[in-house]
Design a protein around this ligand. Structure first.
Ligand SMILES: Nc1ncnc2c1ncn2[C@@H]1O[C@H](COP(=O)(O)OP(=O)(O)OP(=O)(O)O)[C@@H](O)[C@H]1O
Ligand SMILES: C=C(C)CCOP(=O)(O)O
Length: 279
């Protein structure tokens, strides 16, 4: 495996559910946390529209990596794309602006569950033992502009121990003093990486990495200030801060994190570097 991360575990494949999942259960190797960006797996500017080819390719890469034993324990998170962001934006809900309208919460959460069901189905079709974890039912945010996210991880950790691939998603989140706000997939990635002591973190989006002012991929980022000028919001409907918010979240982690495009997914899962390394 050329250029492999020396910490890659090369453990048992868990490419299928049932007995194979049970056989793989009980290891406590640190997991890999992977976010599939909503920009990647949906057509972000067309409400509730999947990017079929991109989603299929991403699910192929995940299934292949598990079957080959390149990754043992894997947690997948996906973003909102044209499912969550569209509904949240229409209702004026974001990571900082909450709603007390139950219909608005149902619209955002319902859309994210529909996207989650598509992701789960395509992973399971490929033999990946993927099961859903819905953050709205688990998490809470404390009050104020710097509200802290509390994401209990017992369910995700136990699913991992039992040989499953938990699949979380950006969602609504109960927020003290503000009803329900949006929790982004990037925030979830950060919580999962810290709480599960992740080995590596990958964020797969539509860009080949974090781009500098000339449009070239930045190899490595270890300081927000040094790249802040180049970091913008998303170029599509997005209520959670785009690339700038992503880099902020990833810089706080202990685990090495990578931001890459579709072509970087298989190398990342093999334990190689991809796109921009953030640490
Ligand atoms: N310096 C930069 N380098 C790379 N992308 C950038 C930069 N500045 C802004 N962006 C935008 O950030 C987008 C990626 O962030 P975005 O939040 O849309 O991705 P995602 O995580 O795939 O989607 P989602 O939030 O739906 O999960 C890129 O498509 C690009 O438009
Ligand atoms: C808009 C919603 C509900 C999810 C946002 O998650 P993200 O796409 O990871 O920013």
């Amino acid at each position: 495996m050329t250029g492999a991360d020396p910490t890659a575990d090369g453990g048992d494949a868990r490419g299928a559910g049932g007995d194979e999942a049970a056989d793989g259960a009980g290891t406590d190797a640190p997991p890999v946390v992977l976010k599939l960006g909503g920009s990647l797996i949906t057509e972000k500017d067309r409400p509730e529209t999947l990017d079929d080819a991109a989603l299929d390719a991403a699910c192929d890469a995940v299934a292949d990596a598990l079957a080959a034993g390149d990754v043992d324990r894997l947690v997948v998170v996906h973003g909102g794309g044209s499912f969550g962001h569209h509904h949240a934006s229409e209702r004026g809900v974001s990571t900082t602006d909450g709603t007390r309208d139950a219909d608005a919460v149902a619209a955002v959460h319902g859309a994210m569950k529909r996207l989650n069901a598509h992701v789960l189905e395509r992973l399971r079709e490929r033999g990946v033992p993927a099961v859903p974890v819905h953050p709205l039912s688990l998490a809470a945010r404390t009050e104020g502009a710097d509200g802290r996210l509390d994401l209990p991880l017992g369910s995700t950790a136990t699913l991992l121990d039992e040989g499953f691939v938990p699949v979380l998603h950006g969602d609504g989140v109960a927020t003290a003093g503000d009803g329900v706000t949006v929790v982004s997939g990037d925030e979830l990635v950060a919580e999962l990486a810290a709480g599960l002591a992740a080995r590596r973190v990958g964020v797969c989006s539509t860009v080949p990495g974090v781009l500098d002012g000339d449009g070239d991929v930045i190899d490595e980022i270890d300081d927000f200030g040094a790249v802040a000028d180049a970091l913008g919001a998303s170029d599509a409907t997005d209520v959670s801060g785009g690339m700038a918010a992503k880099v902020r979240e990833l810089l706080d982690l202990d685990a090495p994190a990578y931001v890459f495009g579709a072509a970087g997914l298989a190398p990342f899962l093999r334990g190689e570097g991809a796109g921009t390394r953030i640490d």
